[in-house]
Design a protein around this ligand. Structure first.
Ligand SMILES: Nc1ncnc2c1ncn2[C@@H]1O[C@H](COP(=O)(O)OP(=O)(O)OP(=O)(O)O)[C@@H](O)[C@H]1O
Ligand SMILES: [Mg+2]
Length: 857
């Protein structure tokens, strides 16, 4: 808007600039444009000589990629809509500021010091960690301006007035200063660290619209609701809206923040371009940006199409833009591979700044416990602490905890008649049968996975429309209404500690919720197959502290920001450490201690892979599962260290001092020299024989005489080698298979043995080959001690008091006369009508196939 010179000066003084600076600026930019004058002052050119383009202050590398990124030296185009510094100051509730705070040197030095350390890094997109932790309110470690810059002061006042927050965290300051410099940005910061503020503040600073791309309605809804309580208007647009009224209002600039799903934003490019022209778009934020990458968890194909944003909102395409509308992508769970994929897929420029903070959450206490989670009989044991915890609260308040009636009554309405009787404690063969058959189905390669089972039972690809509403609008609540929102009392807060139990399958979410309701807890199930209305209600009850426990699949995860979640229980193996850390990150968002326990069957490698994955994703899915398994098997390294290092962070000299490993210490070192030599010897002998005599019945010595077996045994698996050791070495006859599996994993990690099968479709080492390093270091005669920390499965095998007669899990139990007697007794105690019909067991060629050595037994 062009005004008379006097008017501009007056406006500038009103905005808090000094009269001299205002006069200076108006003179320099030729009067008329208030925008240009403010830009001039903020860029620090008042009462200094020259007016350097912004590129000299903040550019990193070339600015030729996608249109103009640098600020031009002329300000002739006052009508242009852009994210200029001026606009960042144009806010309705402008605080009058006094004097010379608009320090030229401060803004300059901030931008310059921010840029420098990243020059090299950005060229290659190589991330560098800036801070040791995102939580402490420390100043920037890279020597950014000691005193706050002008925009930052303005931000601080917004933070205090609107959000009740005292200051920006250093990574938030980094992200915002990048936006101030009109640059794209990838923010990688821990769960709960406050990434949302990075994209919400620009709307309040500029009065322009911020467009946030978000993956779920539930997430968009929660954020809009919160914003309305902070007096910010917002709306959300899902993919299946029938009524376009909110969308139209949004495109007319009636909300400060528009949340939109990726499916919809690509449809709205033209209207958004119009909005950019009429109202201005301050920023595109891509929240939960890991959804972009097919190498991460939560991949959402529509996220990959978001490159249209960079292409359609750059100054080279839209002549009314002075600069590209900045894009800010944010996530808490991206490995280095995923980070690169995000940058590439979104077509972010080489100038993109990577704001990388520590992924470490110092108040989360991680632990892993063994449990046969598939069996209902484990619930009582595993959830006893939880039940006691909430029961104590019940006693202390004298209130009776009612089972959520909706849960118990509506179960049948939801079609859960197939749910198992959760009170069944029998450890019966049919359960084992089912489990074994599933494990077999899922065991060795992608092809064998039961897609049908997975599709029905797991929530892998979450659809954006996870609720029964497709869009919604939230007006900024006036302060008087805000006073009516009840503030929980301290006593209430104490009672509020919530728990989320994450389970792999939908069925388990219902079973466990039912079980917990049955013992008097306020619990509810949450999975994508439940009615959307129910899911919305669970969200609401959870946020209003009406529930104690939510038992959920991954459908209840991303972005849930509730301060008092004290416990996250994973009941069953997660599919990746990213998903695990993302879900664990729901805990302790008030900064207080919170517990993250993983209950998993440590005697079995996980098998549940995502359905609907491409061939190339299958290998990655196995890799992710394998990393989870190793995390669970670990007994000697700080768990937080494993987790943050998984995301590429260097945590080498630190530990959390909270996790089970840090607290209990590693197990005693064991000298495994003899066993390692022996295993290596058997492997070597086998391969020697194969090499020497591949034509003529080479495996006779191993009991593999017939041609069918010979074909199979070209890739001998670990179990085969163990059987050989048992056959030939009396001393290790009783040594459990789990123990050998653990040892093989350790030997693989040390580089002594390796997998023969190069398909990469495995969680554990299976078909084994020696390595050169192994050949050198595992000399048969060598008796130098080889100390290792036994891993979880090895320790478990030592605790088992059952003697194992074979390798089949089923056989382990039934072959033992005592166990068999106990099981039969239990079975007899059950009324006949309740017994499940026996399944016909199929034995024969197929089992021989898997265990060829049995032909000799
Ligand atoms: N500078 C700050 N000082 C204090 N609290 C803050 C600050 N910034 C944000 N918060 C608070 O941190 C909490 C978590 O914020 P937010 O939901 O943005 O986290 P997030 O990083 O997006 O987490 P997630 O990765 O789980 O989505 C919010 O309740 C917010 O009020
Ligand atoms: Mg978030």
């Amino acid at each position: 808007m062009d005004l008379s010179s006097d008017h501009v000066v007056m406006k500038l003084v009103e905005m808090g600039f000094e009269m001299l600076d205002a006069l200076d600026a108006v003179k320099a930019v030729g009067g008329k444009s208030c925008d240009d004058a403010v830009e001039y002052i903020l860029k620090g050119h008042h009462r200094t000589s020259g007016f350097a383009p912004a590129s000299s202050l903040c550019s990193i590398g070339s600015n030729k990629i996608l249109g103009k990124r640098a600020m031009p030296s002329s300000f002739s185009s006052g009508s242009k809509r852009q994210s200029s510094l001026l606009d960042h100051f144009r806010s309705v509730n402008q605080n009058k500021k006094k004097g010379n705070n608009f320090g030229i040197a401060e803004v300059d030095s901030q931008l310059e010091t921010v840029s420098d350390p990243y020059k090299e890094q950005l060229k290659s997109f190589a991330p560098v960690f800036l801070e040791s932790s995102c939580y402490p309110e420390t100043e920037l470690s890279n020597g950014c301006s000691e005193a706050s810059s002008t925009w930052e002061k303005r931000v601080n006042s917004i933070l205090q007035n609107r959000f009740g927050i005292s200051s920006l965290r250093s990574f938030q300051r980094e992200a915002l200063s990048t936006w101030v410099a009109h640059k794209d940005c990838l923010v990688l910061a821990a769960t709960g660290s406050g990434k949302s503020l990075c994209f919400q503040i620009p709307a309040l600073l500029t009065g322009k619209v911020v467009v946030v791309i978000s993956p779920l309605i539930s997430l968009m809804h929660d954020q809009c609701l919160k914003l309305s309580r902070h007096r910010v208007s917002a709306c959300f647009l899902g993919s299946g809206q029938l009524d376009n009224c909110i969308e139209e209002k949004a495109m007319q600039g009636m909300y400060q923040i528009i949340y939109v799903c990726p499916e919809t934003v690509v449809r709205l490019i033209k209207p958004l371009q119009k909005l950019a022209k009429t109202h201005g778009i301050a920023l595109f934020a891509i929240d939960e940006a890991h959804c972009v990458s097919k190498w991460g968890h939560d991949f959402r194909p529509h996220y990959r199409r978001l490159s249209v944003l960079r292409e359609n909102f750059c100054a080279s395409n839209l002549e009314f833009l002075e600069y590209d509308v900045p894009i800010m992508a944010l996530t808490a769970t991206a490995t280095v591979h995923v980070q690169e994929d995000i940058l590439e897929s979104l077509h972010l420029s080489k100038e993109t700044k990577i704001v990388l903070t520590s992924f470490f959450r110092p108040n989360l206490q991680f632990s892993v416990k063994h449990s046969r989670t598939k069996f209902a009989s484990s619930y009582a044991k595993d959830f006893q602490n939880l039940i006691d915890l909430y029961s104590e609260k019940k006693k202390s308040t004298g209130k009776k905890l009612a089972v959520i009636s909706r849960e118990s009554e509506d179960q049948t309405d939801f079609g859960y008649h197939d749910a198992q009787n959760i009170h069944e404690t029998d450890y019966d063969e049919d359960e084992e049968d089912q489990e074994n058959s599933l494990a077999k189905k899922n065991s060795s390669n992608g092809k064998e996975l039961s897609e049908e089972y997975l599709e029905d039972e797991t929530d892998i690809f979450q659809s954006v429309d996870d609720w029964d509403v497709a869009c919604g609008e939230f007006c900024a609540m006036p302060p008087c209404e805000l006073l009516e929102i009840p503030v929980p009392s301290e006593k209430q807060k104490d009672l509020e500690g919530l728990t989320i139990i994450y389970v792999p399958t939908r069925k388990e979410s219902v079973n466990i919720a039912k079980y917990l309701c049955g013992v008097g807890l306020k619990a509810a199930a949450y999975n994508a197959s439940l009615p959307k209305k129910h899911l919305r209600q669970v969200h609401q009850d959870f946020h209003e502290n009406k529930l104690q426990v939510v038992v959920a699949t991954i459908a209840f995860g991303m972005g849930i920001d509730k301060k008092n979640v004290r416990k996250i229980i994973h009941y069953g193996w997660p599919q990746s450490l990213e998903a695990y850390y993302q879900e664990a990150g729901r805990a302790g968002r008030d900064g207080e201690l919170a517990e993250c326990v993983l209950y998993a069957d440590l005697s079995r490698a996980p098998t549940l892979l995502p359905s609907r994955r491409s061939k190339e994703q299958t290998e990655q899915a196995y890799k992710m599962l394998s990393d989870c398994f190793r995390y669970g098997m670990n007994t000697s390294q700080c768990r937080a260290k494993i987790l943050v290092e998984y995301f590429g962070e260097d945590f080498s000299s630190k530990k959390c001092n909270l996790c089970d490993v840090c607290k209990e210490g590693p197990p005693e070192l064991v000298n495994v020299r003899e066993e390692a030599n022996l295993l290596f010897q058997v492997i070597t002998a086998f391969h020697l024989q194969v090499d020497n005599d591949s034509e003529h019945a080479p495996y006779e010595d191993y009991g593999l005489g017939n041609s069918k077996q010979k074909k199979l045994s070209h890739k001998p698996n670990l179990l085969f080698f163990i059987s050989k050791i048992r056959e030939h070495c009396q001393k290790f006859k009783e040594t459990d298979c789990l123990w050998w599996k653990g040892l093989a994993r350790i030997m693989e990690a040390k580089g002594y043995i390796k997998e023969m099968d190069n398909k990469g479709r495995r969680v554990e080492i299976k078909f084994i080959q020696q390595t050169e390093k192994g050949k050198k270091q595992l000399d048969f005669e060598d008796d130098k001690p080889l100390y290792v920390y036994p891993e979880a499965d090895m320790l478990l095998s030592l605790k088992q008091d059952r003697t194992f007669s074979g390798f089949s899990e089923w056989g382990k139990g039934w072959a033992d006369p005592e166990i068999r007697r106990q099981r039969l007794e239990r079975r007899e105690r059950k009324p006949r009508s309740e017994r499940k019909p026996r399944k016909k067991r199929t034995r024969g060629p197929s089992s021989k196939k898997l265990h060829p050595w049995r032909s000799k037994e």
